[in-house]
Design a protein around this ligand. Structure first.
Ligand code: C2E
Ligand code: C2E
Ligand code: C2E
Length: 91
C-alpha cells in the first residue's frame, strides 16, 4: 500500500516465550532460537523480528497472521502494537 506510516516493530519477549508450554510455543521457540543463532544475538531479553517472519510463522502455525498475532499477544510474547502490522484497514 502507499501509506507513509512505518509498520510497527515486532518485538518478542524471550523470557515470556520460555514460559509458554512448548506444546504451544515450540515452533516459535525454535524459530526465535534460529534467528538468535543466525545473528549471534544470544543475550537479549527481547528479539526484534521481521514483518516477513510473522507471515512465515502464520504458515507454520496454520493460522491467519491476525489470529496468530492475537494468540502471541495473549501469551504476552508479542507487543500489542504488532496488531497494526496485520491490520488490513488502509491509512
Ligand atoms: P541477510 O538477510 O542476508 O542479512 C545480512 C545482514 O544484513 C544481517 O546480518 C544484518 O547485519 C543486516 N540486515 C539485514 N536485514 C536487516 C534488518 O532488517 N535490520 C538490521 N538491523 N539489519 C539487517 P546478521 O544480523 O548477522 O544476519 C545474518 C543472516 O541471518 C541474515 O542474512 C538472515 O539470513 C538471517 N537472519 C537474521 N535475522 C533474521 C530475522 O529476523 N529474520 C529472518 N528471516 N532471517 C534473519
Ligand atoms: P528499540 O528498538 O526500542 O529497542 C530497545 C531495546 O530493546 C534495545 O536497546 C535492546 O536492548 C532491546 N532489543 C530490541 N530488539 C532487540 C533484538 O533483536 N535483540 C536484542 N538482543 N535486543 C533487542 P538498545 O540496543 O540500546 O537500542 C536502543 C535503540 O537503538 C533501539 O530502540 C533502536 O531505536 C535503536 N537500535 C538499536 N539497534 C538497532 C538496529 O539494529 N536497527 C535500528 N534501526 N535501530 C536500532
Ligand atoms: P530495523 O533494523 O530498524 O529495520 C527496519 C526495517 O528496515 C526492516 O524491517 C526492513 O524493512 C528495513 N531494513 C533494514 N535493514 C535492511 C537490510 O539490510 N536489507 C533490507 N532489505 N531491508 C532492511 P523488518 O525487515 O520488518 O525488520 C524489523 C526489525 O527486525 C529490524 O529493525 C531489526 O531490528 C530486526 N531484524 C530484521 N532482520 C534482521 C537481521 O537480519 N539482522 C538483525 N540483526 N536484525 C534484524
Amino acid at each position: 500500500n502507499g501509506a507513509a506510516e512505518p509498520p510497527p516493530r515486532l518485538v518478542l519477549d524471550l523470557e515470556r516465550l520460555g514460559q509458554v508450554p512448548s506444546d504451544k510455543a515450540g515452533p516459535l521457540q525454535r524459530y526465535a532460537a534460529t534467528i538468535q543463532s543466525q545473528r549471534g544475538d544470544y543475550n537479549g531479553k527481547v528479539l526484534s523480528i521481521r514483518q516477513d517472519d510473522l507471515r512465515t510463522l502464520a504458515v507454520i502455525y496454520d493460522q491467519s497472521p491476525s489470529v496468530l498475532t492475537e494468540q502471541l499477544i495473549s501469551w504476552g510474547v508479542l507487543n500489542p502494537e504488532a496488531r497494526r502490522a496485520v491490520d488490513t484497514t488502509p491509512g
